[in-house]
Design a protein around this ligand. Structure first.
Ligand SMILES: Cc1ncc(COP(=O)(O)O)c(C=O)c1O
Length: 395
């Protein structure tokens, strides 16, 4: 058997390695508490499940779905963008439902990237922007996001020869893993930059509804002229606890949406229709679950940030997203620190380097952990002491 070379170019999938470590610990009977994965712990709201079950029982939904999904779902998505962001979308040409946004994130690379082309990718960032580029034969050029620049890319620092080969610019706010947010001014500047350098912008926004302290994230499509140069990926995964149902959407530039539809029509066979009806219910039904969940995440965020700071890990409360991005203590790098607390306390966090080089010296903790585990985890963590610094001082 001879596997394709492209597999060798891929970095190992971050959560596969973490999942393996957790399984090993659990097999030994150890109680492991995981802050690692951003998968909402709370169930999908009951009215959405009820609609899904009803639709599953209708034989009309037992067939191959259309690539571009039900017109009713596309119209619902367009209506939601209008009411949430004041953005008008043509439901037939500017909206494409996806089998979760990760699917579209990978497939858009096939629409733009030929061998040797460059995609501009945030570092740290959600790994599929880079793996999609690599699988398409392209090269990621990483844009460092640092605390100093508010975790926003310095677009002017991109070298001219890179820009000549670059086709895609990836942005993601609220940002995974740092929890950073961007304002309309930043998106306006990104649109101008994309116009100047003939780039297509992909803004990934699955956390736009997970926000705290009254903050309301904006959409990239609210920027002046955004639809001329870019599109936005969105998802029902995080807003409605629907990670398991796999439903998201791409919206915006007609040419980009059409290209994505072409790839998808050759690649997959659509989104199960019962799930499409569940998505319609999620977007049009009662919206109380969103503030309810956000209040829970906000309380968890505050507890987590307080504990981390109390043991010497610098962390700030994020305005949005499901994550806390914390600096590891002196004397450790991110993998060493994550291993230390896993070995000593059975606590799993994600090393920042899993999201890129700039993630060094950070860890990411997710707020999607049930309260009882959170309290137990925090009580274990509060016992942590930086023995490395203490032993250095003694010497
Ligand atoms: C930044 C970002 N984009 C996209 C996704 C994928 O979401 P889904 O495929 O569930 O819609 C995730 C999931 O964690 C994410 O963090």
């Amino acid at each position: 058997m001879k596997l394709a070379k492209r597999l060798e170019n891929l970095p190992p999938y971050l959560f596969a390695a973490i999942g393996k470590k957790i399984a090993e610990k659990k097999a030994k009977g150890e109680d492991v508490i995981s802050f690692a994965i951003g998968d909402p712990d709370m169930p999908t709201p009951p009215h959405i499940i009820k609609r899904l079950c009803q639709a599953a029982q209708d034989p009309a939904n037992h067939h191959y779905p259309d690539t571009d999904s039900l017109p009713e779902l596309r119209r619902t998505i367009a209506g939601w963008y209008q009411s949430r962001f004041g953005v008008s979308l043509d439901a037939d040409r500017e909206v494409l439902p996806l089998i979760g946004s990760k699917e579209g994130i990978h497939h858009i690379a096939l629409c733009f990237i030929d061998p040797g082309d460059i995609a501009l990718i945030p570092d740290p960032g959600y790994p599929p922007y880079a793996t999609g580029t690599i699988l398409a034969g392209g090269r990621p050029y990483y844009l460092p996001l640092t605390e100093r620049n508010g975790f926003l890319p310095d677009l002017k620092a991109i070298p001219f020869d890179v820009l000549q080969k670059a086709k895609l610019l990836w942005l993601n706010y609220p940002h995974n893993p740092t929890g950073a947010v961007a304002d309309l001014d930043f998106f306006n500047r990104s649109v101008q930059f994309a116009r100047q350098h003939n780039l297509a912008v992909c803004h990934d926004a699955p956390y736009s509804e997970v926000a705290f302290d009254g903050y309301q994230p904006v959409s990239f499509l609210q920027a002046e002229g955004a639809k001329e140069v870019g599109m936005e990926f969105h998802s029902l995964s995080k807003s409605y606890n629907m990670t398991g149902w796999r439903i998201g959407m791409a919206v915006g530039n007609v040419e980009m949406i059409t290209a994505l539809k072409t790839i998808k029509s050759n690649w997959d066979s659509g989104i199960p229709q019962a799930i499409q009806y569940a998505a319609i219910e999620a977007l049009t039904g009662p919206q109380g679950c969103i503030p309810e969940h956000n209040a829970i995440y906000q309380r968890r965020r505050d507890l987590l940030v307080e504990t981390l700071n109390s043991i010497g890990l610098e962390a700030r409360p994020a305005k949005a997203s499901l994550y806390v991005w914390a600096k590891v203590p002196e004397g450790y790098n991110s993998v060493e620190f994550a291993s230390d607390i896993l070995d000593k306390y059975g606590i799993v966090v994600t090393p920042g380097t899993g999201y890129g080089k700039q993630g060094e010296n950070y860890i990411r903790l997710s707020l999607t952990i049930p309260d009882a585990s959170l309290v137990k985890g925090l009580s274990r963590l509060s016992g942590w002491r930086n023995t490395r610094v203490m032993s250095k001082t003694k010497r």
